[in-house]
Design a protein around this ligand. Sequence first.
Ligand SMILES: Nc1nc2c(c(=O)[nH]1)N[C@H]1C(S)=C(S)[C@@H](COP(=O)(O)O)O[C@H]1N2
Ligand SMILES: [Mo]
Length: 334
Amino acid sequence: MLIQIPPSSACREHEVTPESIYLSRRRLLAAAGGLAAMAALPGHAQDPSAYPDVEAAKSPAWFDEKLAGTRWQAVTPGNEAVTPFQDATHYNNFYEFGTNKGDPARNAGQLQIEPWTVRIEGEVGKPGTYSIEDLVKPHGLEERIYRLRCVEAWSMVIPWVGFPLADLLKRVEPTSKAKYVSFETRLAPEEMTGVRSGFSLIDWPYIEGLRLDEAMHPLTILAVGMYGRILPNQNGAPLRLVVPWKYGFKSIKSIVRISLVSEQPATTWQSIAAEEYGFYSNVNPEVDHPRWSQAHERRLPSGLFSPNIVPTRMFNGYDEVASLYTGLDLRKNY
Ligand SMILES: Nc1nc2c(c(=O)[nH]1)N[C@H]1C(S)=C(S)[C@@H](COP(=O)(O)O)O[C@H]1N2
Ligand SMILES: [Mo]
């Protein structure tokens, strides 16, 4: 985000968007119409193959068992087109695997995700180290189709499969001293070419954080899947945060530690450039990044000759979070 930018030139791979993507996009629009109709039938399971061009993947038994009970389309895309799977999985930010958008798809296969444990600690009554299967087991999965707005001014619409972070936090019983939640990504230099390169400005591991009330908001989820299948490594397998009203960098990938703390945590991008990336990072078309406007975004796929520019909405269109920020100056607290 520091090294590459001008957002207008940041999508080289999409300047020559193959015809096939547009064709599949048209099919997807048709499929989305069908899904909306299906969602109206209570208890009707969606066939995940409704998303075109999804690469099949072998997934562990714990995931298959949970996926079978998924509440599909718990949050629908409205009249927006879901981003094709190929774009959502080949245009990524995951700096542990390189700084170019295609690097995570190329390199994140190196990440060892089995076995995977998550440490939950700090201001909680029930700290512990959980295997990914034990962590997810008590929770019902839901499909949430959310807009993802990157601070670099591009965006996608992604069908996540996950569960509310609040449900997990309640399980571990936050104490009265818990005011923030901090999250940490796995750090394994031998698996992460971007960490080994030493080129990055990031002081690893990648850290993100939320205020406790933001973490408890029903829109905040932990995702384990997308497009009706397991999360690809480049999208943050096996467990990543999704906070749809905040810039994408808050949605930390491949989480190994969740700490409830009393002080605001020092987060990765804020530590690198506090004047550019704030702790809150709520999507806000009225507060520009010092080096570019945040008033509009490129909705991917977006080609050179058919740029798909849409206005950015306050809180990325998730107005229901506004009450979290009553009395807070969002210009100062960007
Ligand atoms: N650990 C880690 N998490 C991360 C990042 C990263 O570099 N490392 N990039 C963030 C940024 S800038 C964005 S926009 C989203 C992108 O998520 P996606 O690749 O699944 O679309 O992941 C976020 N989570
Ligand atoms: Mo981002």
